[in-house]
Design a protein. Structure first.
Ligand code: HEM
Length: 148
């Protein structure tokens, strides 16, 4: 049967897989803020009106924050990451209001698809991440799909 919201707690591995995908390929791969006041950040002056970029993609692959950062390893989420090392939905007053819904939707869809189909890579068609305003797979994600 299709997965449903009530199944969430029974799908911890799928939740870790979605988190790991959001770490390696955060759709909001950078965020920015306009400074309201003077500040200093890592020794640099920040003036009112300056734009401060938060490179989420780089943060999620930082060697000081993650072990083997470029590897896909959902089990790294068996231990919750530092709150400010993993920001697929941002943080603070402007945190994504749809985060819980987005996670639930992704877990339900992935669990339902994996219970019905097998997905395998297509040689020569590896997805190519491309950053426009958001990070997305250029030309889509191509996979072979077979019924289970
Ligand atoms: C995987 C899916 C999603 C990702 C990665 C995502 C990511 C984000 C991020 C990073 C922010 C913060 C932007 C910032 O700090 O400048 C944000 C804000 C927001 N998101 Fe999402 N989002 C997702 C899904 C959704 C969904 C499903 C909804 C609505 C149902 C939603 C509604 C919003 C809204 C309204 C804001 C602005 C909140 C505010 O500024 O007060 N998002 N999202």
């Amino acid at each position: 049967r299709a997965a449903a919201a009530a199944d969430m707690e029974r799908l911890p591995l799928i939740q870790r897989i979605v988190s790991e995908a959001l770490r390696l390929y955060p759709p909001a791969a950078f965020l920015s803020r306009a400074a309201q006041a003077h500040d200093r950040l890592c020794g640099r002056e920040v003036r009112p009106g300056d734009t401060v970029m938060l490179p989420i993609y780089a943060l999620h692959r930082h060697h000081l924050l993650w072990t083997n950062p470029d590897a896909f390893d959902p089990d790294r989420f068996l231990t919750p990451p530092d709150r400010y090392a993993f920001l697929p939905f941002g943080a603070g007053p402007r945190i994504c209001i749809g985060a819980g819904f987005a996670m639930q939707e992704a877990v339900i869809i992935l669990a339902t698809l994996l219970s019905r189909f097998r997905f395998t890579a297509i040689a020569g068609r590896a997805p190519e991440p491309r950053m426009i305003l958001t990070l997305r797979p250029h030309g889509g994600v191509w996979l072979n799909v077979a019924r289970r």
